[in-house]
Write a protein of this length. Sequence first.
Length: 344
Amino acid sequence: MRVAVTGAAGFVGTNLVNQLVADGHDVVAVDRVSPAHALEHPRVTWTSADIFDHDALVTAFSGVDTVYHLVAMITLKQRDEVAWRVNTAGVKATAQAALAAGVRRFVHCSSIHSFDQYTDSGTVDESSPRSESTDLPVYDRSKWSGEQELRSVIADGLDAVICNPTGVYGPVDHGLSRINGMLRDAAQGKVPLFVEGTFDLVDVRDVARGLILAAEHGHTGDNYLLGGQPVRLLDAMRTMAGLCGRFRPLFALPLGLLKLVMPVAEPLGALFGSDLVSRASLAALVAQPTVDITRARTVLGYTPRSSEETLADLASFLCDSGQMGSARPRSGKPFEPVLPVSDD
């Protein structure tokens, strides 16, 4: 089968392309860049295109059965006009191009952030309230708005489904993502302490498989939460440090303490171009919702792996890809990707 992946050079895109090729599909990998780690394979055709270039996308989608739309701008800022446009109008533009090209199915990778995680229910499922409040960070609001834009194209005849991953981590990642970057720092013994908090984390390889399952079994217009399991971030960092024989974080700072310093810490972070310390990041840790993935399990046959497996594979991958210097996990187990990914 011939399929297309937008944002194919990104974190989720890299893993999705690898899995699609392993499954025997021909992949049109759409991105504005072709990275050094891009998979060179006879079944992969890299195409440079902007999601707002309608004609270029229609050409790229010609003869394609399924489009996986992954392009998104992740930010913890409260306001960001570029992120808003990419995450809303960008979804509609890509969906319209898929409809014009006669694509059979469109799979949109949204996020758990399109659901309001900060309500008092304690559980998030596909029927939970959505991120409509203007008080929410731009990423949350834009992911929900992007889904609404997609539904307008579904109404015009596009067969589309929506997947909502939780916190994505694990190999393969040449970026690194926010979560993987923090775990790498811990594996290098650079994190003496961290903030208390638990979040549902999902292996990026499980997200890739979930997207494929949604293309095969999902119901038109439905959302599917792709979660993993609740992970205490301090425990994950201690595990990574232990796997690599490095200094483990000693303790976690209470969230109440972070609340006290946030009025000063957030402006300082913004001054240095960082949004890592922000009200959005704090709110996500405070919420700590339980994510119910029953629909994905029952309808799609989705089954995520354990955090222990992900962390062990991530430690091996970081070492094998040269992102940990000369260190190796104590197990000495090399990372084995679905397909070899070039580092040239």
